[in-house]
Design a binder for this molecule. Structure first.
Ligand code: 5RP
Length: 258
């Protein structure tokens, strides 16, 4: 367990930059993930872990990558559905072991129509995964209700995830974010969310989240939808692992993008 977790949360800094490319599991062919390998290959040297489904791992990744895998194992609804919370566990623990997953990720939808089902999914996954020493990352999902992302609600979600046994949690950055971290006994990482207006905004959000107690980011679209994705991931990485300020990281982005 500790060994798997330390492959993701890097022991030198205790932090992590996870690259998620699991969006297609309910969104279909997301822009820039049409050919996942083309997008991901140049970013792998700067990613501490890669988060994706077994289907994309099998069909589109090279078996030779040594980037730790965070396997997305929940799903069952699509963007066409009114209720995205109707999820189940889509991948067995045997498959996860076969895929050599370093961690498993699953969404919970607190306060949604299928709250109970998704929390029961988390409990079942933790029971199965702990037996194999595989940590579970709980994703506090809000479906289409993005306005739900306030500190009181997210603190509730993260705490419930930790109580059920998640070893780490992914949530959103929000005003009063330190309250979310304070109430959660396991490490918290933030999602990037939809493209922000500027690169500086994404770097500032990363910086603020870390200052307020996050241990890293699970940032997708703000990296791989950028026309200069390698420059962007290196800039984000400089904030996460090298203590760069948003301005310093932005200067690095400017230099690298040429
Ligand atoms: C998709 C996810 C994503 O992994 C998560 O939202 C992070 O990606 P992004 O930074 O693009 O929001 O859970 O369901």
């Amino acid at each position: 367990m500790k060994n798997r977790l330390s492959r993701i949360l890097r022991p030198k800094t205790g932090r992590s930059l996870i690259l998620p490319i699991d969006h297609g599991y309910f969104l279909g062919p997301t822009r820039r993930l049409e050919d996942p390998w083309k997008t991901v290959e140049p970013l792998l040297p700067y990613s501490d872990a890669l988060m994706l489904t077994r289907g994309i791992l099998r069909s589109s990744m090279s078996a030779e990558i040594d980037t730790p895998i965070v396997l997305r194992v929940s799903g069952g609804s699509s963007i066409l559905s009114d209720d995205l919370s109707n999820e189940t566990i889509t991948t067995s623990i045997f498959e996860a072991v076969r895929c050599n997953a370093s961690a498993l990720s699953l969404s919970i939808f607190v306060g949604a129509a299928h709250e109970h089902q998704t929390l029961a999914n988390l409990a079942k996954l933790v029971d199965n995964a702990e037996g194999y020493g595989i940590p579970v990352l709980a994703v506090t999902a809000v479906g289409k209700e993005l306005e739900k992302r306030d500190a009181r609600y997210l603190a509730l979600c993260c705490r419930i995830a930790a109580e059920i046994g998640a070893r780490f949690v992914k949530t959103y950055y929000c005003e009063g974010f330190s309250k979310v971290v304070e109430g959660c006994p396991v490490p918290v990482l933030i999602a990037g969310g939809p493209r922000m207006e500027t690169e500086l905004d994404a770097l500032q959000t990363t910086y603020d989240a870390l200052q307020e107690g996050a241990v890293g980011v699970i940032m997708g679209r703000n990296i791989w939808q950028n026309d200069h994705a390698v420059a962007m991931i290196r800039a984000v990485r400089s904030v996460v692992h090298e203590g760069a300020t948003p301005r310093e990281a932005h200067d690095l982005y400017g230099e690298l993008k040429g």
